[in-house]
Design a protein around this ligand. Structure first.
Ligand SMILES: NC(=O)c1ccc[n+]([C@@H]2O[C@H](COP(=O)([O-])OP(=O)(O)OC[C@H]3O[C@@H](n4cnc5c(N)ncnc54)[C@H](O)[C@@H]3O)[C@@H](O)[C@H]2O)c1
Length: 260
């Protein structure tokens, strides 16, 4: 058990969660983090081996998790994902809609072709709509729940070559507000956690390029990129009863990136 475990154990005790994009990066940290707080977790990803590995690592430290393979850009697969988690746990009352990312596909607006636009919107925005819809329908009929979406610093600011991603994450920010309004009467809170640049296996090579590292130095007031573990606290808070009066908001965990 590491030093982060134990101190606040149990803030999500009894919660039945789905975490999408749980095979690696921020999603793996979130899945392990909410499991440490007592939630039962369905680790969902298109990466079957990765999702299995994360679920197993949760089991090894005494948590309860299953892995589910699903592409969250496909509504049928999202419905099957929900059914798998619901069958295993007897319901779902926490959705962490984290799957997404830019995959480094930066393209100046004048060169932005329609297939890439749609791929980015599907992966980062439509996926939130699909997962949110399917989970919220069941939560509404079971007395409520919480939804936390992984957004981005680019829901607030723009950077060169990121129009498609910024539009998707800006859409997430508004969708979270709109869902919060419509779902409040059903006892469902909806919020977002917006990471700043966060080091993951997938972006390590890009982040270590000297020009990218130099840019991060002067665009992030805290002067460094984040570790995925640093995203866990805000998500646990938003998912927990400590945030019982918080809905429709985005917490930026970005080292101050959006200040400048
Ligand atoms: N890493 C960063 O710097 C950063 C910054 C801001 C926001 N974010 C956001 O954080 C979230 C996680 O990003 P990350 O950096 O950990 O990315 P990552 O690429 O390391 O992990 C993303 C995970 O999602 C899975 N995934 C991708 N598309 C999927 C799909 N269609 N269906 C199911 N699973 C899918 C991948 O297999 C992978 O396991 C994303 O929403 C991303 O936009 C990341």
């Amino acid at each position: 058990m590491n030093s982060r475990e134990g101190a606040n154990a149990g803030r999500l005790s009894g919660r039945r969660a789905i975490v999408t994009g749980a095979a690696g990066g921020i999603g793996a940290a979130l899945a392990r983090g909410i499991a440490r707080e007592g939630a039962t977790v369905a680790c969902v990803d298109i990466n079957e081996d990765g999702a299995k590995e994360v679920a197993a690592s949760i089991g090894e430290v005494g948590g309860r998790a299953i892995s589910v393979v699903a592409d969250v850009t496909d509504l049928d697969q999202v419905e099957r994902m929900h059914a798998a988690a619901s069958d295993a746990f007897g319901g779902v009352d926490l959705l962490v809609a984290n799957a997404g990312g830019s995959r480094g596909e930066m393209v100046p607006f004048l060169e932005l072709e329609s297939p890439l636009w749609h791929r980015m919107i599907d992966r980062n925005l439509t996926s939130v709509y699909y997962c949110g819809l399917v989970c919220a329908r069941q939560m509404a009929s079971n007395g409520g729940g919480a939804i936390v979406v992984t957004s981005s610093q680019l829901s607030e600011v723009a950077r060169p070559g990121m129009g498609h991603y910024a539009a998707a994450k800006g859409g997430v920010r508004q969708l979270v507000k709109a869902m919060a309004v419509d779902l409040a009467p059903h006892g469902i809170r909806v919020n977002a956690m917006a990471p700043g640049p966060t080091l993951t296996p997938g972006n390590r090579a890009m982040f270590e390029r000297p020009e990218v590292a130099a840019t991060h130095q002067h665009t992030i007031p805290l002067g460094r990129v984040a570790d995925p573990e640093e995203m866990v606290g805000a998500v646990v808070y938003l998912a927990s009863e400590e945030a019982s009066f918080t809905t429709g908001t985005t917490i930026f965990v970005d080292g101050g990136y959006t200040i400048l």
